[in-house]
Design a protein around this ligand. Structure first.
Ligand code: HEM
Length: 315
């Protein structure tokens, strides 16, 4: 039997293509403010959390900030690689394989750029556990090794999926190890604290990927297939934030209630005031999460925030 001619694959899924037939891609030069503000506020909330826990464990001075750097490096790495491993696709249904492939390679290239910042951060943070007196030597050694191994794996994370998976898993394992070490052997507390830290990592690292990879790669790929692929990736990440937000609040409130009831004087002065401060920060982040898509402020590429923006006005 003679070979049938190969079907021509439309550049865009037929229903999307019909709606977007006359659309053109617009790209702004400035990076939107709201995702940068979210990244900053999540980092501040984590610093506040690490400060609170550290002070309650008797830590002071440089050790506190150094310990936070350790956390921050592990969280940025694992959350960023979650995007690379879970939300990013080499091809997207109904879209041109070639154009989505170019976007995919550009995004991996941007991970290669981001690793130049993550590897030194992980190396600088690695010795921090040795300055945390309440850790046992094996806990400090395990945490330092995890940070160094994560740095090593990140080196190849843009080229090899296996390296990305190793760095992602090591980052999560490091956070779980902190969760356990900070909880004095109380298994329920260690579990809740670890979930709090993982939700923080997924949110923070995803925000880093959006700003440091998705935005610049989206600018370089100003075509409809890349915009639709970018919008789908962003929507996958939004689902992660929709889960991380309540998780961080519920686990955080659960941990806070161990120190006193809602009306306890502990929350009204000194260290205790940091927890209401966290509630204010989380409220600001909720506002950003809601307003970002409303004002189309998640990406400088029109349509990535909301595909409907590509449709001609008046349709
Ligand atoms: C974006 C939001 C948030 C981030 C990034 C975040 C991050 C963190 C981090 C990194 C820690 C340090 C854990 C450790 O050192 O072992 C922490 C601890 C803590 N967080 Fe959050 N957090 C957030 C929101 C909240 C909220 C909304 C609450 C609830 C009011 C909360 C309550 C707590 C408490 C009570 C601790 C200390 C637990 C303890 O030491 O026993 N957090 N958080």
């Amino acid at each position: 039997m003679a070979d049938l001619p190969a079907p021509t694959v439309p550049a865009l899924a037929s229903n999307v293509a019909a709606r977007l037939a006359n659309a053109s891609v617009e790209v702004k030069t400035e990076t939107p403010l709201l995702p940068r503000a979210a990244f900053f506020l999540i980092s501040v909330a984590s610093l506040v959390g690490v400060y609170f826990t550290g002070r309650l464990h008797g830590l002071e001075g440089v050790g506190l900030v150094w310990r936070w750097l350790h956390f921050w490096g592990l969280a940025l790495t694992s959350g960023m690689l979650a995007w690379r491993l879970l939300y990013l696709r080499r091809s997207e249904s109904g879209l041109s394989d070639e154009r989505v492939g170019v976007l995919f390679r550009d995004l991996l290239g941007r991970i290669g750029v981001l690793r130049r910042f993550l590897v030194p951060l992980l190396l600088v943070g690695a010795p921090a556990p040795w300055f945390v007196p309440y850790l046992s030597p094996w806990q400090a050694a395990a945490l330092t090794t995890t940070s160094l191994a994560t740095a090593l794996a990140v080196l190849g994370a843009h080229e090899r999926r296996s390296a990305a998976f190793a760095a992602f898993s090591l980052g999560l394992a490091g956070l779980a190890l902190w969760g356990w070490s900070d909880s004095a052997g109380l298994a329920p507390l260690a579990a809740v604290r670890t979930v709090h830290l993982w939700a923080f990592a997924a949110w923070l690292g995803g925000a880093l990927f959006n700003l440091g990879a998705a935005v610049p790669a989206g600018r370089r790929n100003a075509n409809l297939d890349a915009v639709v692929a970018g919008a789908r990736q962003l929507e996958r990440f939004r689902w992660v934030v929709r889960t991380a937000l309540p998780t961080v609040i519920l686990t955080g409130v659960w941990m806070a209630l161990r120190y006193g009831g809602v009306a306890s004087p502990f929350w009204q002065a000194g260290l205790g005031l940091l927890v209401p401060l966290k509630l204010v920060l989380i409220l600001a982040l909720v506002v950003i999460f809601i307003t970002c898509p409303l004002y189309r402020a998640c990406s400088p590429v029109r349509g990535v925030c909301n595909l409907e923006d590509l449709e001609p006005v008046g349709r």
